[in-house]
Design a protein around this ligand. Structure first.
Ligand code: NAP
Length: 311
């Protein structure tokens, strides 16, 4: 990723390939438009073929870049994540950036096709599995980046290792908070495992953004509150600024293991820095997706990133 130093910053991603999960709407689609505008070949994923193709057409028109690919998978299903990863590996000889954007809020407890709680499965296990399945391709494409969408809700999250899937007691908000904290802890552990590989891992809060977020199964407060605050929320384009920055800007080329908001490094919750809990979450996640031997930590220490401190 190259940048000229004129007053208007222009980063070029020509020649780079990017995959944005959940790129058919909201922040993911705006991120895909931004990265396609910079010249990247962009792949987007969504659950529905027609919606994905329509979004790809919009992205081509809005960006002026004709090279936009579509992948269809319900990422709450591990079999579909595995098929998606294989299709991406077959199509892309190199992968420069993976944007783990897919995620959302569901008020009521649902089980996935794998019999797992839906919010935990989609928001945390899907990016965990997809990233691990694409990791060798990212390593081979280094320098490469993995950018994961968390939320300010991570600050209220708690990883309940005794009831990760809300079997004993479920609240949509608690499940969301936990999954977004898991996104941060996953990134910190991943960054540590990627030290010395030239692949970075960062995580971010996009802001409060006007999208279809939570609309499929809204909480009561969501129905009452959102219409009132919608006009004051960020547009998807503004919400995409930090993911685009982390995916493309040379300024953060070697920054890894950090949480960002508004394009600035921020401190994440105290719980997120618990290294033993990060390792435990990784292990439990690997078991739940059947990747018991998911990439182990290398010993070389040649790039930045620990997730241990704030910048
Ligand atoms: N909006 C906010 O204020 C806000 C704040 C903080 C964090 N975030 C985070 O930002 C990310 C994007 O949120 P958003 O607000 O842009 O949400 P959104 O408008 O609801 O978009 C969600 C995207 O994910 C896809 N998707 C949903 N369920 C899926 C599934 N089971 N399998 C595959 N794809 C699926 C949707 O595609 P299809 O419907 O076409 O399948 C869509 O492209 C999420 O991780 C969210 O937690 C959002």
């Amino acid at each position: 990723m190259t940048k000229n130093t004129d007053s208007i910053k222009t980063v070029s991603m020509a020649g780079a390939t990017v995959l944005v999960s959940g790129g058919t709407g909201g922040i993911g689609k705006a991120t895909a438009i931004g990265l396609a505008r910079l010249g990247a070949r962009v792949g987007i994923t969504g659950r529905d073929r027609a919606r994905a193709e329509a979004a790809a057409d919009n992205i081509r028109t809005a960006s002026g870049n004709p090279v936009v690919d579509t992948y269809v998978a319900d990422m709450s299903s591990q079999a579909q994540v595995r098929r998606l990863a294989q299709e991406v590996l077959d199509a892309y000889p190199r992968l420069d950036v993976l944007v783990n954007n897919v995620g959302g809020f569901w008020n009521t407890r649902h089980n996935t096709a794998d019999g797992l709680e839906h919010t935990f499965a989609l928001n945390h296990l899907a990016p965990f599995l997809l990233t691990n399945l694409l990791l060798d391709r990212l390593r081979a494409s280094a320098s490469a980046r993995i950018v994961t969408l968390s939320s300010g809700a991570q600050a209220m999250g708690r990883i309940d290792f005794d009831d990760l899937q809300g079997e004993r007691s479920y609240s949509g908000q608690r499940a969301y908070n936990q999954s977004k904290l898991a996104n941060v802890m996953f990134t910190y552990e991943l960054a540590r495992r990627l030290i010395g590989t030239g692949v970075t891992a960062t995580v971010l809060h996009p802001g409060v953004v006007r999208t279809a977020f939570g609309a499929e199964d809204p909480a009561r407060w969501h129905r009452a509150f959102f219409p009132l605050v919608r006009p004051f929320m960020k547009t998807p384009e503004r919400g995409a600024e930090t993911p685009i920055y982390l995916a493309s800007d040379p300024e953060v080329d070697s920054v890894s293991g950090r949480y960002f908001a508004n394009r600035k490094p921020r401190k994440s919750s105290k719980a997120s820095y618990d290294v033993a809990a990060q390792a435990r979450l990784w292990q439990v996640s690997a078991e739940l997706v059947g990747l018991a031997s998911a990439h182990s930590a290398p010993t070389a220490q040649t790039t930045t990133g620990s997730g241990q401190d704030d910048a």
